[in-house]
Design a protein around this ligand. Structure first.
Ligand code: NAD
Length: 259
């Protein structure tokens, strides 16, 4: 989409159709509190057709219950710790749609202190799904977005091995951005402030973190799903066509604070 067309859509107040005619893959919906669900809603409202994946049949039931709220989504299984499932997913998308304009990677897992699994599911999976999706995304001005957290660069109590995994994820965003840029694919991350989700409830003291963020952050409020969804919408839309390899903070400004 060229600059004049974007300007025209904005001028007419048609910002909501920013993703008209686009198709995207959203990975990581577990329930209605998932960040992936907030992003799916924003992209759906902006006119995109969505493919949602679910990790297993149990979570698949939740996703099937939520799906009617979207326009004609395609639902497919994918456990990212299994390369075969990633390959099968991309070939199903290839057969049913033929291409992808964006990919949202909003998933993470750290069973207690297990370093290998945390890095595999939370960081390596971005490299695996991006590589597998490349044939569907190249030369389409496509965008990939993943979710990270401040614990990647500062010590956050109880975040532990997930902070190490997020640091690897953010480094992977930069390397992938450089590898995929020549194919017309941008790769960025959103560093979200704390939000009460299934994954976040595994981090001890999440309620206290949310309260602290709301009290101290420059905007003096907690982050919500719509804010993360809209930032993701920006990052997968042509409005961000000059941005790649970046980490954008959607945390009410919390990360700028010192003591
Ligand atoms: P969530 O529990 O709703 O989502 C996590 C998702 O990861 C689930 O859908 C789960 O099925 C999926 N997942 C885990 N292992 C998987 C596997 N092997 N294969 C496929 N999917 C798998 O929680 P969320 O908070 O929405 O998490 C989404 C992303 O946002 C994560 O990367 C998380 O680290 C990040 N994040 C969350 C917060 C927060 O406070 N909630 C803040 C910053 C970043």
């Amino acid at each position: 989409m060229n600059r004049n067309r974007i300007a025209m859509l904005m001028y007419r107040g048609h910002m909501t159709q920013l993703l008209e005619g686009k198709t995207g893959l959203v990975m990581g919906v577990a329930n209605k509190r998932s960040i992936a669900w907030g992003i799916a809603n924003a992209a759906n409202k902006a006119g995109a057709r969505l493919i949602l994946t679910y990790q297993n049949e149990r979570l698949g039931e939740n996703v099937r219950d939520l799906a009617p709220q979207l326009t004609n989504p395609l639902l497919l299984p994918c456990d990212v710790s299994n390369d075969g499932e990633i390959t099968t997913l991309m070939s199903r998308i290839g057969e049913e749609v033929g291409h992808l304009d964006f990919l949202i990677h909003a998933l993470a897992y750290a069973p207690r202190e297990d370093f290998r699994i945390a890095l595999d599911v939370s960081a390596y999976s971005l490299v695996a799904v991006s590589g597998a999706a490349l044939p569907l995304m190249k030369d389409r001005q496509a965008g990939i977005v993943t979710l990270t957290y401040l614990g990647a660069e500062r010590v956050i109590q109880n975040y532990n091995v997930m902070g190490v995994a997020k640091a690897a994820l953010e480094a992977s965003v930069r390397y992938l951005a450089n590898d995929l840029g020549p194919h017309g694919v941008r790769v960025n991350a959103i560093s979200a402030g704390p939000i009460k989700t299934l994954a976040a409830s595994a981090v001890g003291g999440i309620s206290g973190m949310i309260k602290l963020n709301a009290e101290r952050a420059p905007l003096r409020k907690q982050v919500d799903l719509d804010e993360v969804g809209d930032a993701a919408l920006f990052l997968i839309s042509p409005l961000s066509r000059g941005i790649s390899g970046e980490v954008i903070y959607v945390d009410s400004g919390y990360h700028i604070l010192g003591v």
